[in-house]
Design a protein around this ligand. Structure first.
Ligand code: HEC
Ligand code: HEC
Ligand code: HEC
Length: 359
């Protein structure tokens, strides 16, 4: 195809054109990337929250392009100031006639407002209409639970500011809140030894092969969270009572994984990762979590588990037919502070057992 003289000349003058071509190509790509970064901005820019002393690497970095916009559920939150006369007129006398046991002194007007709000927060349009319905019965307990969380766990739910918890913190407009959980138990019984409830893709194990029973062990039962044996040689037999084994280690990491994902943070949000066990090198949020663990144990054991008999069967757990339970993510939903720190009790003192602001 090419003229003879060219092929001949080519054979006689072999030249490596790949070296220079790659060089020129690479330079071209570099110029294009540089121009892109100048024009569009650095796509992998991070912003970080420093959580510990300088030089310890304690920070929580996030890609700027992934820093989440406002929690979309905040916009749908119904506050007292949004409730209209028309809404109130929609609450029947029958609903008003049955005051919940934990709100004995509430006025009719206030209770009507609260009913309107509770219906919006839980997405149950006729909540409280029928005193015999299981939903109304459950709601009575939920009111007591919400008051108790706000009154007894201020160190957690107001650790930074007046934030508190309302029905919406968990429910977000749904009768069944997202991120609830059920007991799994040692389901993989076929394996001898430490089946560890592992290698089963469950939400509870955060889709890892870590044990799936961390929530029930630590946030329902009162299992001891811990991994460390600080001795160079193992100081006791793993079978000894109260001695953390590697099973406990895996389970602890499973829980910590869950906690981090619940809040959308990493481990150094609470720990100095060179010494996870050392409570003198933790951040203030570590203590907030400590309180949170006790709070969740109480929510589950004193409020949610006793409701078991009220729910219809389809609401119960798939393995043990147990009552639905709550944990960190039921309120936090992946955010460091639920509803990004929105104050949900200021306008609803009834739910916080704080003195009502009379107007
Ligand atoms: C009943 C709802 C609820 C549950 C359940 C809950 N939290 Fe919280 N948590 C809150 C609220 C509300 C705040 C915000 C308090 C504030 O900002 O003053 C908060 C704040 C925190 C903070 C402080 C964040 C910061 O920026 O200072 C940490 C840490 C935390 N929670 C961890 C947990 C962990 C871990 C669990 C589970 C063991 C848990 N929470 C369960 C409601 C809850
Ligand atoms: C700490 C989280 C949390 C808070 C706060 C909370 N709930 Fe619940 N609620 C739950 C869980 C978990 C269930 C069980 C879900 C199910 O029914 O399957 C539930 C169930 C219910 C149900 C039954 C729904 C159904 O169809 O089965 C009603 C009604 C209800 N809650 C009302 C309320 C009201 C009213 C408030 C506020 C006064 C409230 N809840 C506050 C966690 C919460
Ligand atoms: C929101 C705060 C928080 C976050 C985030 C967190 N932890 Fe923890 N961690 C705690 C608290 C509180 C304890 C102590 C619980 C107890 O003693 O009952 C603990 C305990 C531990 C322990 C047991 C230490 C011992 O005494 O044996 C280990 C290990 C651990 N965390 C690892 C991690 C890892 C790994 C991550 C990240 C995947 C992580 N943690 C994320 C708060 C946190």
């Amino acid at each position: 195809m090419l003229p003879m003289w060219f092929n001949k000349w080519n054979r006689e003058n072999p030249t490596n054109i790949y070296g220079p071509a790659i060089l020129v190509g690479a330079a071209g790509v570099a110029v294009t990337v540089a121009a892109f970064i100048v024009v569009v901005g650095q796509p992998f820019k991070t912003e970080s929250l420093q959580t510990g002393p300088r030089g310890t690497g304690m920070s929580r970095p996030e890609f700027v392009n992934q820093i989440r916009d406002a929690d979309p559920t905040i916009a749908a939150y119904l506050g007292r100031d949004q409730i209209t006369e028309e809404d109130i007129a929609g609450v029947s006398d029958a609903a008003l006639a049955n005051l919940p046991p934990n709100l004995p002194d509430i006025s009719d007007e206030r209770y009507a407002e609260l009913i309107v709000a509770m219906r919006a927060w839980t997405g149950i349009p006729d909540l409280m209409e029928d005193p015999d319905s299981y939903q109304t019965q459950v709601a009575y307990t939920m009111i007591g639970m919400t008051q108790s969380i706000n009154e007894n766990w201020i160190g957690h739910v107001q650790s930074n500011a007046e934030v508190g918890v309302s029905c919406y913190s968990c429910h977000r407009g749904q009768p069944v809140p997202s991120e609830i959980w059920f007991r799994m138990g040692p389901v993989n019984e076929a394996t001898e030894g430490w089946a560890a409830v592992q290698n089963r893709v469950t939400v509870q194990s955060q889709y890892t092969s870590l044990p799936s029973d961390a929530l029930e062990t630590y946030l329902l039962d009162y299992g001891r969270i811990g991994v460390h044996d600080l001795e160079a040689h193992v100081a006791a037999y793993p079978s000894e009572e109260g001695y953390p084994t590697w099973q406990d280690t895996e389970r602890t990491f499973s829980l910590m994984n869950y906690v981090s994902n619940s809040l959308g943070v990493n481990c150094v949000f609470c720990h100095n990762s060179r010494a996870f066990y050392d409570v003198e090198q933790v951040t203030p949020q570590w203590s907030t979590e400590m309180l949170g663990i006790s709070m969740v144990q109480e929510i589950n054991n004193e409020w949610l588990v006793p409701l078991e008999g009220l729910y219809p069967p389809e609401r119960l757990g798939p393995v043990f037919a147990d009552a639905p339970k709550a944990a960190c993510k039921t309120c936090h939903k992946g955010y460091q502070r639920p509803l990004q720190g929105l104050n949900v009790i200021g306008a609803w003192p009834e739910l916080a057992n704080i003195d009502p602001v009379l107007d």
